[in-house]
Design a protein around this ligand. Sequence first.
Ligand SMILES: Cc1cc2nc3c(=O)[nH]c(=O)nc-3n(C[C@H](O)[C@H](O)[C@H](O)COP(=O)(O)O)c2cc1C
Length: 224
Amino acid sequence: MNIIDGISKRKSIRGFKTQPVPQTMVREILEIASRAPSAMNTQPWEFAVVTGEPLRRIREKCIEKLRAGEIPQPEHHVVGWTNDSIYRVRQVELAKYIFQIMDIPREDKIKRAAWMERGFRYFDAPTAIVIFVDKTLSATGPVLDVGAVMQNICLAALHFGLGTCIHDQGVMYPDVVKRYTGISESKRLMIAISLGYPDESNIVNTITTTREPIDGRTSWLGFA
Ligand SMILES: Cc1cc2nc3c(=O)[nH]c(=O)nc-3n(C[C@H](O)[C@H](O)[C@H](O)COP(=O)(O)O)c2cc1C
């Protein structure tokens, strides 16, 4: 797959086969993804690759906390937009679109809650990658670097026929993730990526998001 195809084809996969992902394959993905650029080649990213029993426990405990109404305590805040912003409009549009595809009526609280839980369940993927950085780094400093490696992971995964979903829901209860991965308290959890073979029969994987045209958000300067 060439680079342009890979970038164009990547999309969030939220339904996976149970087929396990070989450790050697994930290793290769992480090795190649680590070719990502980083500020002064600092390579601030660290990974925990989780499958089997530890992933089952993380799922179970995250769901337990969610159902108990425990307020999530993410160490890296993804959401930073106001309710009257265009970003909120896009967020709502996405939610409406997903609920339509998934046949979740607005007033159906049970189905909505079940949808919400999917991310906290790591979409039942056989493997998860948790990306974290050292807390001695500033809160914003490593964000661009982590973004680059995160996207590389998703693209490299495609090469192996694997699907991914980047999700902060997976690291919203950092205490749970740290307990079952052994990640030190001195580390900041940034993001999770669910990884596995896409279940093509799952309607959730038909979700295809749109993009705003670059015109209107791009200035072209100095061209003839
Ligand atoms: C930083 C970040 C956090 C995200 N968190 C979640 C999440 O918690 N749950 C989820 O279902 N998708 C999550 N996503 C996936 C986005 O919803 C998705 O990338 C976006 O809608 C565009 O769709 P696409 O990935 O299919 O192109 C996240 C993506 C990013 C980059």
